[in-house]
Design a protein around this ligand. Sequence first.
Ligand code: NAD
Length: 428
Amino acid sequence: MSTKPFNAFEMAQAQFDRVADLLDLDRATRELLRVPMREYHFSIPVRMDDGSVKVFRGFRVQHNDARGPAKGGIRFHPHETIDTVRALATWMTWKCAVVDIPLGGGKGGVICDPHHLSMREQEGICRGWVRQMWRNVGPLTDVPAPDVMTTPQHMLWMLDELETIRGEHLPGFITGKPVHMGGSLGRTEATGYGVIFTLREALKVKGIDIRTCTASIQGFGNVSQYAVRKLHELGGKVVCVSSWDQADQTSYAFFKADGIDADALMGIADKFGGIDKAKAKELGYTVLPGADWIAQEVDILIPAALENQISADTVGRVHEKVKVIVEGANGPTTPEADEVIKQRGIFVVPDFLANAGGVTCSYFEQVQSNMNYYWERDEVLSKLDTKMTAAFHSVYEMAERQKFYMRDAAYAIAINRVAQASRDRGWV
Ligand code: NAD
């Protein structure tokens, strides 16, 4: 028996179709929103270090820009496919709409493996990508950012190429720049903090005092590290985090009943967020199999590592004490697990709402770059809090009013906003 390979774009379309039915969306709007408005496929010839020329395939997909310039990262990946880029561009449209920032959805990619490319060759790919796309990207059309295996340095090479071609400074063309070169303060902590801002609001509407709550988090990377810090600042307690162990090729969970110490664990983690288990034991942590993060007797679960982690196989391990799941990662929960979570009455803050702090802060970076005037960190983070809090409440109100599951409510808000913008423009 052959199983059909996973196709992210088919999944994105199936999610859209389901909510389009719930909203009773008209035919023309469905036809407009279920496929990208524009796609670019191109070749990037690069002179390699050995003197030969290699041709890389590049993509940019602009799913919908009815609400503003397209926004989304550029990924470098050996297995990149156009359907993955289409799906990610679609999800960016919904993510920007749910937090109500005036941007559309885009995504780009290059089929390549940076592990096997020199920095000079990577620079060639970045500059080549812009040489192919410069007519169709820019601060007022489409604003890229880093994503899988792309970095602030890649963004700077792309910016420099665009500015060289256009003969002007356009720092609002791209986000994820280093702070000293037009990046925004607060971007590093934005996603993790945003996760906790939405959690704080979820606990308020559920009438739960955050100071009585314990949490278990999967992952200890960028999102998790700042989520831990913010939750502790608000009086909650994270008792477990987990991480991938490169040497053992498995994951471990790190438990401490009186609360983990994010600074101490960061001091013994590698740059990929992998915690040294021998040193963790010395610091008094109990080291458990990685999968045990989900089974902890806590009030809150925060998957913040990978997709497909709360599934039909694992959801049965969720402790009866758990009241709230906040999805820091993208796509951590499968539709089968969603059904169980619904039956058990666990409250969910869905991924593209909970982790939208990153793109919200990227939007702030773009605004600051366009003005060429940069805000203090506190100003950025307080604006982030305002946006995330408002987004949570609009989704929660929709869920209450329509008796929707929170994930469906988030989709409904986002799709409604993009549909309305398309109607207002007279497109449909
Ligand atoms: P990261 O690479 O900084 O950290 C990932 C963490 O997960 C590391 O601690 C790693 O050890 C751990 N990990 C990897 N495999 C694991 C496993 N099998 N079991 C347990 N832990 C494992 O990544 P990040 O930036 O923190 O992103 C985490 C998730 O959040 C991803 O799904 C990402 O797409 C999503 N996200 C991130 C941002 C952002 O701004 N960083 C924004 C939106 C969404």
